[in-house]
Design a protein around this ligand. Sequence first.
Ligand code: ADP
Ligand code: MG
Length: 616
Amino acid sequence: MADIIKLLPDHVANQIAAGEVVQRPASVVKELLENAIDAGANNIKLIIKDGGKVLIQVVDDGLGMSATDARLSFERHATSKIQKAEDLFNLSTKGFRGEALASIAAIAHVEMQTKPENKELGTHIKIEGSKIIFQEASVTPKGTSMAVKNLFFNILARRNFLKSNQVELRHITDEFHRVALAHPTIAFHFYNNGSELFNLPSDNYRKRIVNIFGARTNQKLVPVEEETPIVVIKGFITKPEFAKKSRGEQFFFINNRFVKSPYLHHAIVAAFEGLIKSDSYPGYFLYLEVDPASIDINIHPTKTEVKFDDEHSLYAILRSTVKHSLGQFNVAPALDFEHDPNLQTPYEFKNKSVIQPNVTVNSGFNPFQETKNTPTASRSYQKPNTQSWESSYVGHESKMGADDSAGSISFESDIITGSIFEGEKESTEAVTTTFQIRRKYIVTTIKSGMVVIDQSRAHQRVLYEKFLKNSTVQQAVSQQLLFPLYIAFSKSEIIALQEIEDILVSIGFLFEKIEGESITVTGVPLLVAESEVGMILDQLISDYQQEITDESFSHTDILSKTLAKTLAVKTGETLDNASQIALVNDLFACKEAMVSPFNKPVYITITENDIDKKFI
Ligand code: ADP
Ligand code: MG
């Protein structure tokens, strides 16, 4: 048999390697920014067109390259950063594989201009699909400009696989954040389609964070500092009350390199335990310095994973350091507030002033009586500006009184819900009697037994359908604010807000302006309190940014869900009788009363039979 094994030509090998190094435009951005940093730049400019599909350019004022190095830099395994295997264990640079430029040049049109400080003239090179098509001496400032155009021009399958410009820009911005946060003393500019997204002057860590994430971030940051023989920790955590519902601002840097470490993340979460709700995430910007010999960042080509020699100690130190900061800056309560898992009182409630305990037993409740009881007084969950519950209650009630088929108005709107009420022909007994247990569930009776409703999920369902309906029929109900609200955001948050402005308007927000680094709100949806607007918009933005990477969703749907979850009554809130009844009636008027917008069961039924069995 003839020999069949052949060595792949370089350009093919490079293309294959490129598949690992370059997944999307953001990977190119990361490699180019890191090269600029390794070259000792003080000023770095990032220029993007059309989500990086048309152009990614990085201009630095670093060391530059000689004409020969300029050519060599595009060869595979060409690097100035390590020379021997031992160097791998003492890395102080971002790059070391010598793979990035070779890979990028294999799958894009690359144009480089570069000049070292001590030379008169620089070098201008053009490469297309690994082939140098042009090289000349040129007049150019000290440093390097690397322009990558038409990414994946020769791998159409990959190019078609790219997401919308918006999504790709989001990924690029994430990479930019990571690099810019790790190097606050380097000045960065970031332009997208000709407009400036970020202008970050050389600064300290705190100011860099604030410059990126907006002026409001400053008050959220709690400093963290610790020095031990195995690690030096610096940076910030965000105060527990600013914990977000989604992972957003969570950054670990090891020796100024952004890394992901679920293990260390867990250490932070553990330190926050009891201070934030279990479905919230703490924010952190933590900079760890360790002996380069004690870590191995070589385990993944895109280098965000890391392996530590002494993970367990690192975990323990990190957790106690964060705990200490939380205590020292008085953000942790002096005494752990009592934690009764049955009550699941949301964290915000611990700060509320103590109200006289309100016994919510409906004194008029008589299980044997099927007519309406006089509601007893207790705190109403309705916001002052809200008439909707009351009015829908009134509506249902008057219908019920007047019309014998009233039950069907509330209950037969859905086949599923209809089925539970089978046999419920005498409609007047439907929902007139309710009571609340554990400030969590609402119980009401049906002929075959009883229904136990999760109050928060029920309200989420009702609000969710309401918002969906509002946004589809474009008749949002909003309340004008007497004094417009002025709220500061970061530039990338402003961009997100601009992208979802139409949807926000369709659910009842009104804006005077959304630009620069702030917005002016002139109207809010009916159920939203003015004091909550900042928090709600934060939540909407982070959910939107979180979801945008997955295009298989409708923005309206996501935002309606978020809004419903944010505004719904919570576990732990006492509802007066009228509100309970209104909620139950509105719930069963929903299209899908069975499940919350997040697919959790909203209610269960317990039949007389079930109860009988317990008495055997
Ligand atoms: P690595 O960064 O792993 O060494 P790259 O392919 O990214 O590999 O770069 C190859 C080499 O090109 C680098 O080692 C460096 O010498 C040179 N180089 C790349 N970008 C720049 C830059 N912006 N300024 C100066 N030299 C650069
Ligand atoms: Mg590199």
